[in-house]
Design a protein around this ligand. Structure first.
Ligand code: UD1
Length: 429
């Protein structure tokens, strides 16, 4: 199994490109199930999760071809996927596939909308809490589906397709909002989604659905209004930049006291996290092509944060921010309100010398003067990359084991960081 070796203590300097957003690319790929025409997606990141989803979609009858990276005026663009779901040949998403990636459960809504039936295994994914799917099922029921659970599978039927309706989510969920949106786009009549998630990736999917012929109002707000169509068309869409990758690298730059331009990053996609970063004593400025992040010497100020749905501080940056806070000049409190078990990085950070105390949904981080490299274990996607940040700050060598989590969500991580001066390498086998 691959490992990543980091020798800490180098400043990051230069520039690195931000890839297309994983969390937008996945639902956009799934949207191809809604049409028999060709959907072309540009700037798709080359990630294990994307490849796995493409395999899952092939099982349903989606043909796809991939063009490699292309030069564009803003540097290198990611891969281009051409996808066609001319006929849906199988409406079952089997356990072997869905258990490996939670987002593949999201095929439920488009399969139901297009074929009137679906049988989808209950999901797996990162071990960051129980992560139920009740809100997805609520959305599908509101759109007229009958749902049974049978031997670990959700068995859903909607004779004649889905019907528009009002969906009021009792809690904000990114995945359930995607499901409701994808289903409603091909449902008969109007759907109103209340308490919808407002994440930029949801807006990106909504914009693509509009190109496919859907009518959607309220994009970017918590109330989405969708006029369903009986048929959606093909389209071409460019995946928006990955704000979580951008935020992660911004924190790595702050952690090492560096100066890096994040090409393609956009401030507006993560202003809460960047505002917090600025308060730590890091400069973040917009440039013509992205964001420049700079911290020259000086101490890292301790800043407390609390994760919230967008536009709040993203849970997907909590572990990385905690890594930064381990070297702050005082104590900060980091509260996780989205997932109940998202502190697995704490004991690994402690192996490097971090002083963190957990109490319920909060972690109190007492900044220390130095971290020391050690072997650590990657547990989930975002936790893994927090160990990379800690390794970059630590004295000596940090060996990160089980890096397949990183490959699920970060494209060419070692290459991008080493291009900015980090001493980081992958040891294969
Ligand atoms: C998505 C993101 C993930 C991010 C998360 C929160 C993708 C591929 N993944 O995950 O990176 O960390 O949003 O921003 O986009 N919940 C329920 N019932 C449900 C669904 C969710 O109770 O039916 C709960 C979850 O357990 C969690 C909260 O709602 O406590 C938010 O989860 P949700 O927004 O659905 O996360 P995902 O869509 O799985």
């Amino acid at each position: 199994m691959d490992r990543i070796k980091i020798t800490g203590g180098q400043r990051l300097e230069g520039s690195l490109p931000i890839s297309g957003a994983k969390n937008a690319a996945l639902p956009l790929l799934i949207a191809t199930l809604l049409t028999s025409d060709r959907l072309t997606l540009k700037n798709v990141p080359n990630l294990a999760d994307v490849a796995l989803l493409a395999r899952i979609l092939r099982n349903h009858g989606v043909d796809h071809s991939i063009e490699g990276k292309r030069a564009s005026p803003n540097g290198l663009m990611g891969e281009t996927y051409h996808l066609t779901a001319r006929d849906i040949v199988d409406t079952t998403a089997p356990y072997e596939m869905v258990s490996r990636m939670r987002a593949s459960f999201w095929v439920l809504a488009p399969l139901l909308a297009r074929c009137g039936q679906a049988r989808v295994s209950l999901p797996g994914g990162c071990a960051i809490g129980t992560r139920p799917v009740d809100l997805h099922l609520l959305a599908m029921k509101q759109l007229g589906a009958e749902i049974d659970i049978d031997a670990g599978y959700v068995v859903a039927r909607a004779k004649g397709g889905l019907r528009g309706n009002r969906i009021v989510f009792p809690k904000v969920s990114v995945g359930a909002t995607h499901a409701a949106l994808l289903g409603a786009a091909l449902a008969r009549g109007e759907t109103v989604i209340d308490n919808a998630a407002r994440e930029p990736e949801i807006c990106d999917v909504a914009h693509c659905l509009i190109k496919m012929g859907a009518l959607i109002d309220g994009i970017g707000t918590s109330t989405l209004r969708i006029q369903g169509r009986d048929r959606l068309e093909g389209a071409t869409h460019t995946v928006l930049p990955d704000r979580i990758e951008a935020g992660t690298f911004a924190m790595a730059v702050a952690a090492t006291g560096g100066d890096v331009v994040l090409e393609g990053a956009r401030y507006a996609l993560l202003d809460t996290a960047l505002d917090a970063l600025k308060k730590t004593g890091t400069e973040v400025t917009e440039t013509e092509t992205g964001l420049r992040v700079r911290r020259n010497g000086g101490s890292i100020e301790p800043i407390s944060v609390e994760t919230q749905p967008f536009p709040g501080f993203p849970t997907d940056l909590q572990a990385q921010f905690m890594a930064l806070m381990t070297r702050a000049s005082g104590t900060s409190v980091i509260r996780e309100t989205i997932f109940e078990n998202r502190f697995m990085h704490v004991q690994e950070l402690a192996r490097l010398g971090a002083e963190i105390q957990l109490h319920g949904d909060s972690a109190t981080v007492k900044g220390v003067k130095r971290l020391t490299g050690a072997p650590v274990m990657a547990t989930d996607l975002r936790a893994s990359v927090s160990l990379v940040i800690a390794g970059l700050m630590a004295d000596g060598e940090t060996m990160i084991n089980r890096v397949y989590h990183l490959d699920r969500g970060f494209e060419r991580l070692e290459e991008k960081l080493s291009g900015c001066g980090a001493q980081i390498e992958r040891l294969t086998g």
